[in-house]
Design a protein around this ligand. Structure first.
Ligand code: ADP
Ligand code: MG
Length: 600
């Protein structure tokens, strides 16, 4: 582990870049920059993982220079470098960063993203562009029109590669990679892949399109020797009652008054609704999700950067890779899909030694899933209740007391004469105490109030995370409990749709659900013994969205005796059904595609 990253002056960069970096005021390279730009990896393909905010853009910018500057001015009309990013915002941001870096060179930079008229792109490509930045869909479009040619490209960068695969861009990426110049003629193209996480699909893509790649892992927790995530992030886990995500979120934000925060949701509809609710309550919130108009997204980011807004509500996808202002608070309004996403989202705060807080909101039904996530991310935590309306009121009172005490001290100055006279007059009229109480009531009424929250029982079971993930298969060897749901053939119930409902309602995975028997007016199903107590607790809560659906426990142990059997039994245990769809929080909304629009 390097103790101190090198100064840029020691990196032997091309002069125009070194000057631009010095002019920008950057002195030391970040770890990932040192690794990517270091002489030991020159010319090699790289597979790089490193945290958000670690300066990857400048890292690959420096790496692009070799291919860009070498043959420059020798009549090359075709692009010599290509950077592919998942979203338009990220493409614009990368453009901004590369623009100043190459400002002292003759490199011509072009950005090509979906959501714009393609004719503009064609016009800009005609005179020649050296460095192309764009989103996969539009780049493939231009390639197919033969307006974009990649035959002279010396370096390809895939930024946020994992996100691009998650967004369904695999085919487009493969098309682009296949259009690189062949490696055989010695002028072969260098391929640099940047990815926050390295799941199997990324490794497969790398194996197929990279040659003898160097894997660089500059993620902080690795540098720190595998210790828990980020040292400067405090994790808070709030257990909230069913249907109370929004009021709990509001209270969390009220409790952290005046800080800059990002609220993550899973679906576009979900973040749109959260954003609206927050704006309605007077928060200075902006929203970022894939379905927003370009102008709106640009405005949202500008407002945030200018400090006109202090709250960003976003999907993971929309926020990925964006260089946001320093944030003090990250709230997971929807549970992240996995531990990597949890770490990645949380890494939005606690940067550069500052302290940050990452708050996870989970309903009773999500509790087990949340515990698994936090366990897999090796985060130590204890379940707590979200701040109550009373907590918020107390905090407001404290704040007001502090402010008033300070003001009272100042008012001893001679300039406060008018107010003192008024105080004396009114005090004589109505009494000083009554006057003071009336004034305080008025002030308190002006402070934002918290939302009422139902009480949740935090002690229902042990509340500390187990180290490491739990086994994914339910353990039916320790018996199973039998439950009944009041939906049967009369309600067109089938195991296929009962299963996700059961999972969602009770916070279990499909592996923990055993046989399901559909009866005439109700159905019976098994829950693995290990999960049964939690399930009973979660499923016993009424769900405001489906108040008529009731689940009750029939028997503590059905080993042998009461196992459901008969025609509609789901006996495979797993495999036949898709995993339960995530339920958007906090209120009912239409189901929609979670994928952002493809930028063509
Ligand atoms: P990443 O892609 O890893 O998330 P970015 O490339 O967006 O990170 O960089 C985050 C911010 O850090 C940018 O504002 C960038 O200009 C700045 N930055 C990059 N490298 C350095 C450096 N060596 N010193 C200071 N700031 C830097
Ligand atoms: Mg980046």
């Amino acid at each position: 582990m390097k103790t101190q990253p090198p100064a840029f002056a020691d990196l032997a960069l091309p002069a125009p870049l070194a000057e631009a970096i010095a002019a920008r005021g950057y002195e030391r390279a970040t770890a990932v920059q040192a690794a990517v730009a270091g002489a030991e990896h020159a010319g090699r393909d790289l597979l790089v993982s490193s945290e958000t905010g670690s300066g990857k853009t400048l890292a690959f910018g420096i790496a692009l220079a070799e291919g860009l500057l070498a043959g420059h001015g020798h009549g090359h009309a075709e692009p010599r470098a290509l950077v592919v990013t998942p979203t338009r915002e990220l493409a614009t941001q990368v453009q901004g960063e590369l623009q100043w870096l190459f400002a002292r060179t003759k490199v011509r930079l072009g950005v090509f993203t979906g959501g714009t008229d393609v004719r503009g792109d064609l016009a800009r490509l005609r005179p020649g562009v050296d460095l192309v930045v764009g989103t996969p869909g539009r780049l493939v479009d231009l390639l197919k029109r033969r307006s974009l040619r990649l035959d002279a490209v010396r370096t390809v960068v895939l930024d946020e590669a994992d996100e691009m695969l998650d967004m369904g861009f695999r085919e487009d990426l493969e098309t682009l990679l296949a259009a690189r110049p062949a490696a055989a003629d010695g002028t072969g193209c260098r391929t640099l892949m940047f990815s926050a996480t390295l799941p199997e699909p990324i490794l497969a893509l790398a194996a197929r399109y990279q040659r003898d790649a160097v894997r660089i892992d500059a993620r902080a927790r690795h540098a720190a020797g595998g210790a828990a995530g980020h040292q400067d992030i405090t994790y808070v886990a709030h257990l909230v009652a069913m249907g109370e995500k929004l009021p709990a979120l509001v209270n969390v934000l009220r409790r952290h008054r005046g800080v800059r925060a990002i609220v993550f949701g899973t679906t576009r509809d979900g973040v749109a609704e959260l954003h609206q609710e927050l704006v309605n309550r007077g928060f200075r919130a902006v929203v970022l999700s894939g379905d927003r108009a370009q102008s709106e997204r640009t405005r949202a980011l500008a407002a945030l950067r200018a400090g006109e807004a202090d709250l960003l509500v976003a999907t993971n996808v929309a926020a990925r890779g964006l260089d946001l202002p320093e944030l003090d608070l990250v709230v997971h309004a929807d549970l992240p899909l996995n531990a990597e996403a949890l770490t990645h989202r949380s890494g939005r705060t606690g940067r550069a030694g500052r302290k940050g807080t990452s708050v996870l909101l989970a309903t009773l039904a999500e509790r087990r899933k949340a515990e698994r996530l936090l366990g897999a991310a090796r985060v130590a935590f204890t379940w707590t209740a979200a701040p109550s309306a009373r907590d918020i009121a107390r905090a407001a009172e404290d704040e007001l007391s502090r402010e008033l005490s300070e003001a009272a001290r100042r008012s001893e100055a001679p300039e406060a004469g008018d107010a003192r006279e008024l105080a004396a007059r009114l005090g004589a009229d109505v009494g000083r105490d009554a006057l003071l109480v009336a004034l305080l009531e008025r002030e308190l009424a002006r402070l934002p109030a918290g939302e009422p929250l139902a009480e949740v029982d935090l002690r229902a079971r042990p509340t500390t995370a187990k180290a490491g993930p739990r086994p994914s298969r339910g353990d039916f060897s320790r018996g199973a409990a039998l439950f009944e749901i009041n939906l049967g053939k009369g309600q067109k119930a089938e195991p296929g749709w009962l299963l996700p409902l059961i999972c969602r309602r009770g916070g279990v995975t499909r592996h923990e659900v055993g046989a399901i028997r559909v009866g005439p007016q109700s159905s019976q199903f098994e829950i693995s013994g290990e999960a049964a107590a939690d399930f009973a607790l979660a499923a016993g809560q009424s769900d405001p969205r489906a108040p008529h659906v009731r689940i009750r426990r029939l028997d503590a142990d059905v080993r042998g005796a009461h196992r459901p059997s008969g025609a509609d039994v789901r006996s495979d245990g797993h495999g036949a059904w898709r995993p339960p769809a995530r339920r958007p929080q906090p209120a009912p909304r239409k189901a929609g595609s979670r994928r952002p629009p493809r930028h063509r």
